[in-house]
Ligand binder design. Sequence first.
Ligand code: SAM
Ligand code: SF4
Length: 494
Amino acid sequence: MHIKDWVQTRIRQDEIDRYKEESEKDFIDDELIESCLDGMREPDVAYVRQIIAKSLRIETLSLRETAALLYVKDPVLIAEMEEAAIRIKKFVYDNRIVTFAPLYLSSKCVNSCRYCSFRAENGEMERRIVPRDELKKEVQTLAGEIGHKRLIVVYGEHPDSDIGYIVDTVKEIYGSHFTTRKGSGQIRRVNINAAPMSIGDLKRLKEVGIGTYQVFQETYHKKTYRQVHPQNTLKGNYDWRLYTMHRAFDAGIDDVGIGALFGLYDWRFEVMGLISHTHELERRFGVGPHTISFPRLEPASNAPLATESKYLVNDEDFKHAVLTLRLAVPYTGMILTAREDAPLRRRILPLGITQTDASTKIGLGAYSRDSQEQDFKRQQFVIGDSRSLDEVVRDMAEMGFITSFCTAGYRCGRTGNKIMDMLKCGTEGKFCKLNAIITYREWLDDFASEETRRTAEPLIQKEIREVREQNPDMFDMLMAYYEKTAQGSRDLYF
Ligand code: SAM
Ligand code: SF4
């Protein structure tokens, strides 16, 4: 099919309209957001403390409450917000950080987002779709040599990487197994970051067993959205993107990841947009986003907006945005990516981050090429932290975080509502601690360097002691799985 004809078939207006209520308006109320922000420029100290107490009860904040946190400037209150963020993370997720790698499979794209080097007008980009034999090599490196268990697979929007290609690649990834030092390696959770789809296509993603379906709105501000996404492109349709997650729920996918690309418009507005999106999903489907992402604009070839936007977010404001999001949606997973450099990641991780990537390469075919250099002609933007998974695991262990390679949740049906309820009452954190210990053991034995293993051993022993004290009913079972894993059994989980 000709590209133009294919583009014509993508957007189903009825799969937007069915979600709009009464008026034609969508659920991002610009006026309400602006008025909440305007009214909260000098938040009252007692009010801020009430809000922090609400977050600590693991309740989602209102727009007004979120606006108040966004304007807190008093260092004493900021310190109280930080302390609350740490406590919330500990209560809901314990001291686990889940790790994953991005895998880019296509650089062809019909869109022209002004901040992205994959945009159609960029003649300097090498355009291709990763073929099957090369995909096999990429997965071999990721799962067989580095030791990843989770991927976020990323696709441009193009007929050559349409739903058929996505389904085939997910099957290929799940079907690959590798022998390791002591056991075996395999990708056990494939998350997807791909363009908005119809309910029919999303059902195919559900059938093939994806984990999270992730789509970022980029900017919730409509005027800016129109400016940065040319209106004659598929991505120019704000509503088609905004209601993607509604369609995902209707297709049976209840782990959805939302996000905004920070730097396109005012960062406070984007946080408010993410919270509005969260409220809408909670109200409609009884379950909020599985994860929230907050990528910042990074330099990209032939995309001057990425460096020249007047809304680029500095480190302090970025930290404030992350902190506010942690408090505003206390149960959600929060993803900090390798777009950020190592020192900033160290500063922000403790403030409630639950997932981060490592050994990140975003060039097509870059994992198996084994080149450390970033290549402007082959990748979407420039990353800030290219440390290996081994280094990141060690660094996190030194900070007291156990890296979890657990992928049990969705395989045991703990998705959507089921997992949210457990997270809110703190039981998922305790439960997942067991899987974190088992998968940490597995990874340390299969992939870690001697140095990382030495750093991690005291931490794993401390975790085991905590289970004995805090969750004695599960202790014997944990130790049985732990011993089996240490002897070479793989993929045991609770
Ligand atoms: N093409 C699909 C889409 O746009 O939804 C999915 C993949 S796109 C390659 C993944 C994400 O990368 C985008 O949603 C955007 O937020 C982010 N991105 C694009 N350009 C970027 C840049 N210059 N710096 C940081 N992130 C960027
Ligand atoms: Fe294409 Fe996505 Fe890049 Fe936009 S952000 S040009 S849709 S790959």
